[in-house]
Design a protein around this ligand. Structure first.
Ligand code: HEC
Length: 108
């Protein structure tokens, strides 16, 4: 949580121009060195059904859960562990904090 506060108070320098922490966080959510989080968890992290399919005559749903209500510690832990149905990312603590920030805007 402390990370988040530190992160909020700085601006990042990228591509030769200053961007705000919020802009950086939005970019990272959509392009986290791998498939964008939004593709599975939805634009604002509300969760999404990715596919419906039939397996042995049974209808199944492949869905990504909502991640906009998860506590920070749980969120960070989930990104550092292996999940079935989700790619593994190798994100730094700062990047995880930025993603959390994207999902929990300060004025929300
Ligand atoms: C290919 C689809 C896919 C992508 C892309 C993806 N996820 Fe997931 N994610 C899932 C699925 C499916 C689960 C549920 C896994 C499980 O139940 O164990 C999950 C679980 C999670 C959880 C745990 C939620 C909980 O309630 O414990 C978090 C946090 C999370 N994802 C964050 C992210 C972030 C941040 C990104 C982008 C860096 C991302 N995910 C990208 C499919 C995806």
């Amino acid at each position: 949580m402390l990370y988040l506060l530190i992160f909020l108070s700085i601006s990042l320098h990228a591509n030769g121009s200053f961007i705000t922490a919020e802009e950086y966080a939005t970019q990272l959510y959509h392009n986290p060195r791998g498939i964008g989080c939004h593709k599975c968890h939805g634009e604002l992290g509300g969760g999404r059904v990715i596919a419906k399919y039939t397996h042995k005559d049974e209808e199944r749903i492949y869905a990504a859960p909502a991640i906009d209500m998860v506590e920070y510690d749980e969120f960070a832990q989930a990104l550092k562990s292996r999940k079935i149905g989700m790619p593994r990312y190798f994100l730094t603590d700062e990047e995880i904090a930025a993603l959390y920030l994207y999902l929990h805007p300060v004025d929300k």
